[in-house]
Write a protein that binds this ligand. Structure first.
Ligand code: 1CP
Length: 339
């Protein structure tokens, strides 16, 4: 068992810098496309044998130091009773948006094993196969709430902020319900065998620091606090969160994820004894190979003072990235950091 990634999460010394890539299983891999050719995305998420197969694909092809469970952050929102569909090219759609008390009352706090047993089954199957640690995950309450309120992806987040500012009690009520669901869901993943848990806060970067502190951070703290007895390392990734980094320290996470909009040296200075994960611009994978290696070398040099460092992209890998470019980056991290 290769435990380099686990050690880095705990801030322990490692022989080399471990690497994985957010959204590493997905459409940029032809072997993923092949599996997806015959089945809808939601059906794929609910078929453990296929989830195992696509989880393993990037680990095998690219030699990643960690695997991430194949699922989606919106699966537990569906289990709460919000009807979810994925439309090709348009992404997720919730038909019944949550914008009033009646909508909120209709949401349930589901039993994770009873409603999302396929996720826990995927975890149990993966643990038999994997030689690297398995990351379980969930969306952070704020990011999940945006999908329920907007009815899908959004550019302006008008409805979300409108609810926050004009119906704060309703907004907090929704956040409380999502938090209870997410905590139980992550506890179930831990029980099934997940070895690290990552919380994805993809859209929280739209908030002013004061609103992050009031409307989003307390719920992340509740989840991480509630996971303490699992003793698993927790990663909190606030996308577009450079301006929220000082507050994110208070999340209680062991590892903070960084996007690419911050210099990693600045981040190290600011976070003290937390481990860091990131922060290559996903589009930098398109650099010519020599330039890509040079950029990775600079990042590794800058990160030597971190209290634990995991190489990753600053956000998910883009669907048109050539897999060979991703492989070149993984190999460079391993070679240049002394593996
Ligand atoms: O067409 C397809 O095959 C579906 C594409 C796809 C995939 C591969 C979606 C739809 N989700 C996923 C898997 C997924 N999603 C993983 C599995 C692990 C992996 O790929 O390695 C993970 C961790 C996620 C997490 C996720 N889903 C996030 C958080 C991370 C991030 O990228 O910010 C978010 C925001 C989603 C929502 C989502 N899922 C899928 C789409 C198209 C979207 C919408 C994104 C948006 O609103 O712009």
């Amino acid at each position: 068992m290769n435990d380099t990634f686990l050690k880095a999460c705990r801030g322990e010394k490692t022989d080399y810098v471990p690497v994985w890539m957010m959204r590493q299983a997905g459409r940029y891999l032809p072997e993923y496309q092949k599996v997806r050719g015959n089945i809808s995305f939601l059906s794929l998420c609910k078929t453990p044998e296929l989830c195992v197969e696509v989880t393993l694909q990037p680990v095998t092809r690219l030699h990643m130091d960690a695997a991430i469970l194949f699922s989606d952050i919106l699966i537990p929102m569906e289990a709460m009773g919000a009807g979810l569909e994925f439309h090709e090219g348009r992404g997720p759609v919730f038909h019944d948006t949550i914008r009033d008390q009646a909508g909120l009352d209709r949401l349930i706090i589901p039993d994770p094993e009873a409603t999302m047993g396929f996720v826990m089954e995927t975890i149990r199957l993966l643990r038999r196969e994997l030689q690297v640690p398995l990351i379980g995950f969930a969306g952070a309450p704020f990011t999940c709430a945006t999908y329920l309120i907007e009815g899908g992806s959004s550019k302006t987040f008008w409805e979300t902020k409108k609810m926050m500012f004009t119906q704060p009690e309703l907004f907090h009520g929704l956040m409380e319900k999502i938090t209870a669901c997410t905590l139980a869901y992550l506890q179930a993943q831990a029980k099934a065998g997940a070895q690290v848990l990552q919380i994805f806060d993809s859209w929280v970067g739209i908030l002013a620091p004061c609103d992050f502190e009031e409307f989003a951070l307390p719920y992340v703290q509740t989840i991480i606090g509630g996971l303490q007895d699992t003793t698993l390392p927790i990663i909190y990734f606030a996308n577009n969160g450079a301006t929220l980094l000082d507050l994110s320290i208070r999340s209680g996470a062991d590892v903070l994820g960084l996007d690419w909009r911050i210099n990693i040296r600045d981040a190290i200075r600011r976070v003290g004894n937390k481990a860091l994960q990131g922060n290559l611009d996903p589009f930098a994978l398109m650099l010519p190979r020599d330039a890509l290696r040079q950029r990775i070398k600079r990042m590794l040099d800058a990160a030597t003072d971190a209290h634990g460092y995991i190489f990753n992209l600053g956000h998910g890998i883009h669907q048109f990235t050539p897999p060979d470019q991703a492989k070149c980056a993984v190999d460079a991290v391993h070679e240049l950091s002394g593996r």
